[in-house]
Design a binder for this molecule. Sequence first.
Ligand code: ZN
Length: 135
Amino acid sequence: MAAASASTAVADSIWREIKSSRSVSDDHLANLHLLFGDNLESATIIVDQGGVQKHTGNPSGRFIFKVVGKSKETEKYICFPGHFCTCHSFFYDVVSKGERLFCKHQIAFKLAEAAGMCKEVSITDEKLAEILSEI
Ligand SMILES: [Zn+2]
């Protein structure tokens, strides 16, 4: 998994650059595209549509991301800040086959968080627990 962790480190440094400048340059996009391929396009579409919500529990400050899927009215996937998404592709392409570093929802929330484009939603810890229990 050396290649994967090197790629993850490269991705992390790009997220940090985007975060500190609060803007996404063509260079960033080109490098992210090398890492993520077509999933980057899907992720940017999700972010552009305002499809990433950060739900923060009160008072714990723990948070999760809700990311819209293709049919955005009904489908929302839950991503943890660590390495987890509830979508099929995460289990299949990322975990099982190991062909991808992240699913498009994970890329979308990392991009949205770095660029300051998440919708912030404040919820109670009880509500957060409820969301997690539905996974
Ligand atoms: Zn996913």
